[in-house]
Design a protein around this ligand. Structure first.
Ligand code: ADP
Length: 488
């Protein structure tokens, strides 16, 4: 058993903007079940504070002249302790944890997450009298990137692991911010936190963590290439021996069509016909023609270029000539939201666009759709295709990152040996997307083949238990690396 400090800027169900929250809300529970002593550190955003009732102050301190209290609570439906970094001056704000209502990053994000990191470092070094010190600090994404950098020179430090959930978000700030945050000057160099004369939070993790991982094996390979490396492929090549990919799992207590409280009808592999009830409910809810035979395509996504919104829009004229219905739920770039709304106004019988964040509806779309659209240009892991597989909603994806690791294309060979579970768009282009949609619609007309695809999809094993085992191995490797550094 090891002591693990899991540092994350979001965790479902307390606060969620994307996949990181789902991971942080389930992996720690799976690790606790495998006897690790794990504690989460999370900012005390207002959404979090509204959901927790039983907080207990553990420690307090001053960071950058701001008063900070560490509050203890628990991850809902578990015994996993959560330590909340309560600092109203920087975290008590409505809306997104990262952006203001205009979609711009909060002006003081560097300070906000520097405070967060410094508190985590103090916990890691047992400076807050918590009578508990981690063996490993597990950091996630740029918001926790400074931690490995700050810990690395210290004696008696825990080992550090840094997980890349998305390399495109790096936490870049100007040089003056580096000065204002009073970070050790030794960290300011191109092999340190400097990234083309800017301060890079993510480099703190990539350069200084004992071990690094991404959330799928294919993405771990891809980011070594300039095309997917966001300017960091050289550094990652340098650290390749310390880098691996561990596929995310899914939380079966939250994403299970047999028990999902948001669905009109429950189903599993033996009662798959019931899925139709969810489709009808969805068509009714969104005033689409109620027709069991017309393929219903769902999409739930942050509306950003990464998710293939550009090729979907380019293909939309052709898609609207196809015999299908489309329901899209998402929020993000206003440009994409508005373009999609235009199509839904023009073709109200074919496409519905719901702009916003809606957890129950996301379950209903997974439950009621026949196909799930996810043609991402890159995808570190992707969770929605995993939920789709579990719900027998065949994903249409690009052959990248975690999508490549989880979706098996319905080609002749894979259909023949019953390994196919979805559709793969062969290129990041509108014509390729249209061609793949056509292929899917052709197979939809063959119920037996379709049923086989659904059963294969639903039977896939994407449990957290398996991933948790890999993380435990990674923790051991990180500790061995740290010991070697200390010995040398
Ligand atoms: P990313 O983390 O890049 O956004 P993932 O597929 O890994 O993509 O995870 C996205 C998660 O966020 C999924 O659980 C998905 O259902 C959820 N999600 C994204 N957008 C919305 C939305 N508008 N409403 C509800 N859930 C959403």
């Amino acid at each position: 058993m090891s002591n693990i400090l899991y540092v994350t800027s979001e965790a479902f169900p307390l606060i969620k903007t994307g996949g990181l929250a789902d991971v942080a809300g389930s992996l720690p529970i799976a690790l606790a079940e495998q006897s690790e002593d794990i504690r989460l550190v999370l900012p005390a955003y207002p959404q979090v504070m509204q959901q927790v009732t039983d907080t207990k102050p553990l420690a307090s301190g001053i960071y950058y002249n701001l008063e900070v209290t560490l509050l203890e609570t628990q991850l809902p439906n578990s015994n996993v302790p959560v330590w909340l970094v309560h600092c109203p001056a920087i975290f008590d704000r409505p809306g997104s944890p990262y952006m203001n209502s205009a979609g711009q990053p909060w002006h003081d994000n560097a300070l906000r997450f520097a405070v967060f990191c410094k508190v985590a470092v103090d916990i890691a070094m047992n400076r807050l009298n918590l009578k508990w010190q981690p063996d490993v600090v597990h950091c996630n994404d740029w918001q926790s990137g400074l931690i490995p950098a700050l810990l690395q020179p210290l004696k008696q430090r825990p080992a550090t692991v840094f997980t890349i959930h998305n390399l495109a978000y790096q936490g870049l700030f100007d040089y003056q911010t580096f000065i204002d945050l009073e970070l050790p000057s030794a960290l300011w160099h191109p092999e340190g936190l400097e990234f083309y004369h800017q301060l890079s939070f993510i480099k703190g993790g990539l350069v200084y963590a004992d071990r690094i991982n991404t959330v799928s094996p294919t993405y771990a390979d891809e980011i070594l290439q300039p095309e997917f490396g966001n300017g960091l492929s050289g550094l990652l090549q340098h650290r390749q021996g310390r880098l691996c990919g561990i596929l995310n799992g899914i939380d079966h207590t939250v994403w299970n069509p047999a028990t999902d409280p948001h669905l009109a009808a429950h189903y599993d592999t033996t009662t798959l016909d019931q899925k139709r009830v969810n489709k009808t409910a969805l068509q009714k809810q969104f005033n689409l023609p109620i027709d069991a035979k017309i393929p219903l395509v769902g999409m739930i996504s942050r509306m950003v270029e990464q998710k293939g919104l550009d090729i979907i829009l380019q293909a939309m004229e052709k898609i609207m000539t196809m015999p299908l219905q489309l329901i899209i739920l998402g929020t993000g770039d206003m440009h994409y939201e508005m373009e999609l709304m235009k199509w839904s106004q023009q073709y109200p019988d074919r496409i519905k666009v719901i702009v916003g964040y809606n957890e129950p509806l996301s379950h209903q779309i997974e439950g009621g759709s026949d196909l799930f659209l996810m043609p991402s240009a890159f995808e570190p892991c992707g969770l929605n295709q995993l939920y789709s597989l579990r719900y027998g909603t065949l994903p249409i994806v690009r052959n990248v990152g975690g999508l490549a690791d989880t979706v098996v294309a319905a080609n002749k060979q894979n259909l023949a040996n019953a390994t196919a579970n979805g559709f793969v768009v062969p290129a990041q282009s509108a014509p390729a997307l249209v061609a793949t949609l056509k292929q899917a619609l052709t197979l939809y007309k063959r119920p037996k083949v379709w049923r086989q695809l659904q059963l294969t999809a639903m039977k896939g094993d994407f449990s957290w238990q398996r991933s948790a085992k890999h993380y435990r191995e990674l923790y051991q490797q990180a500790m061995a690396d740290r010991d070697q550094i200390n010995a040398g």
